[in-house]
Ligand binder design. Structure first.
Ligand SMILES: O=C(O)C(=O)C[C@]1(C(=O)O)C=C[C@@H](O)C=C1
Length: 96
């Protein structure tokens, strides 16, 4: 009889699978922490660019640059990459 506390948490049906999933979930959590940190770092760098542009008399948004970024993410990750890039842009410059 498998340990139900472990298998309920992971959805696994064997102890072996539950252990593997537990380890892999730790790695996913570590990666997510790093991704969140990188997103926050991206937001801060983007704010520096936007402030410089606005202070110099320009506009917050630069559409041609956004198209370039959307293209990079789409090329690397496909259609969901475009959605991810749009979310990153919204986090970085707010809604337009
Ligand atoms: O690259 C710029 O010029 C930025 O202002 C940064 C950034 C971004 O977060 O990627 C933010 C707003 C612009 O519309 C385009 C891109």
């Amino acid at each position: 009889m498998p340990d139900m506390t472990v298998t309920e948490n992971t959805g696994a049906r064997t102890e072996e699978a539950a252990a593997l999933i537990g380890d892999a979930r730790e790695r996913v959590n570590t990666l997510d922490d790093r991704i969140i940190g990188l997103v926050q770092e991206r937001m801060a760098v983007s704010a520096v660019i936007q402030d410089a542009r606005i202070t110099s008399g320009g506009r917050r948004v630069n559409l041609s640059r956004e198209m370039e970024i959307l293209g990079r993410y789409r090329e690397a990750l496909g259609k969901p990459g475009t959605a991810l890039a749009m979310t990153l842009l919204e986090l970085s410059r707010g809604r337009v």
